[in-house]
Ligand binder design. Structure first.
Ligand code: ZN
Length: 363
């Protein structure tokens, strides 16, 4: 017999059971479903201290310590479940009316504790800052006007180019040897470096195809190197508000429009990296609020939902940006749509015989 008193004491040992058997220590945030039957990639389970239960929003199931150990170890009988829990959490049962303890057999090996978010892959390559600096100079060389013209068409002026160290190349391999780009009709490529917080080093660069004809890929990345987030360091810069855009050009456009701190995923496939990186940032260094600004399309909405769920789990306040004004599908289109109504270009100087342009916002 398990007394009522033992039953209540054991029921309250859910935190110990979760720590010992599932490696879950912080019950203030959601964690991955403890059920081996639910391959829960996102943390969707919560602990409820009022009744010491765990509920998973992914598979919809609820456990107390007895049903949970039943689930983990395949024990059906209540008395055996109670003994198993008592063993694990180190509780001495007041039993037992002379009855010998029945051994129970674990059907599963003890599972390794799983972290809330996987370790992110080390991303980026060697420092390509020098090559990016050369590309910046190349943007202002005779014969390469197409680069600045392309950027101005996207709404980006010489001040944006300088602020972000953008550049131009015809040979992406010159920027990072790992580029394997094949664009027969390309006129060249805009280089978008991934600078560190000092803007002195760049461990990664993306290039954007400029072409009058067919484009195979509008954006190219070096092959075989994991993509960091663009301005990843801003996740640990204690910012009040941090915007996260989907694409790099969108991020630059957004920074121009909102004037705040912006970072970019560099592709929706990098959505999970955001939480992986953020998870390892001390709470006080995390942004206080994030504004999620993905593209207004199915992929963008999916990425946005995923990021918001991750930010919920990490308890980072967040807002979502789309819809964009005027029905734009992304931040860059929002910027481009505002040309001559919200802003216009004005020449503000000359360098080496080249006229420089900046943006003037119209009242
Ligand atoms: Zn579940």
């Amino acid at each position: 017999m398990i007394s009522e008193q033992d039953r209540d004491a054991l029921r309250a040992s859910m935190p110990e059971l979760l720590a010992a058997r599932c490696g879950i220590h912080d019950l203030r945030r959601s964690f991955r479903c403890p059920s081996p039957a639910h391959d829960d990639r996102d943390p969707s389970a919560h602990y409820y201290p009022n009744d010491h239960s765990v509920h998973c929003f992914g598979c919809g199931r609820t456990w107390d310590v007895f049903s949970l150990i039943g689930e983990l170890d395949g024990i059906d009988n209540f008395a055996d479940q109670a003994r198993a829990v008592a063993d694990i959490v180190g509780y001495h049962l007041g039993e037992e009316d002379g009855q010998a303890r029945r051994p129970y057999r674990r059907r599963y090996e003890k599972r390794k504790p799983r972290p809330l978010f996987d370790e992110p892959r080390v991303a980026g390559g060697d420092d390509c800052a020098d090559a990016c600096d050369h590309a910046f100079e190349a943007l202002y060389e005779a014969g390469n006007e197409v680069g600045r013209r392309y950027l101005r068409w996207r709404g980006l002026d010489d001040q944006d180019i300088m602020a972000h160290g953008l550049g131009f190349t015809r040979v992406p391999k010159d920027i990072m040897p790992a580029f394997k780009v094949w664009e027969p009709e390309a006129l060249g490529f805009v280089t978008i470096p991934f600078w560190d917080a000092t803007y002195e080093h760049a461990s990664y660069c993306m290039v954007r195809t400029i072409s009058r004809g067919k484009v195979r890929n509008k954006e190219w990345r070096p092959a075989g190197i994991a993509t960091p987030l663009w301005c990843e360091w801003k996740l640990s810069a204690s910012l009040d508000v941090l915007y996260v855009a989907e694409g790099l050009i969108d991020a630059i456009a957004l920074q121009k429009i909102v004037g705040g701190d912006v970072m970019a995923l560099g592709g929706v496939s990098n959505a999970k990296r955001l939480a992986q990186v953020l998870y390892r940032v001390p709470v006080e260094a995390r942004p206080r609020t994030m504004v999620v600004c993905m593209d207004e399309d199915d992929e963008g909405r999916k990425a946005s939902d995923r990021i918001c769920a991750d930010l919920d789990a990490l308890k980072v306040a967040h807002a979502v940006m789309p819809p964009y004004p005027g029905g734009a599908k992304d931040a860059d289109e929002w910027l481009m749509n505002g040309r001559d109504s919200d802003w216009t270009y004005e020449a503000y100087g000359e360098a080496a015989g080249i006229r420089l342009y900046r943006t003037r916002w119209l009242a």
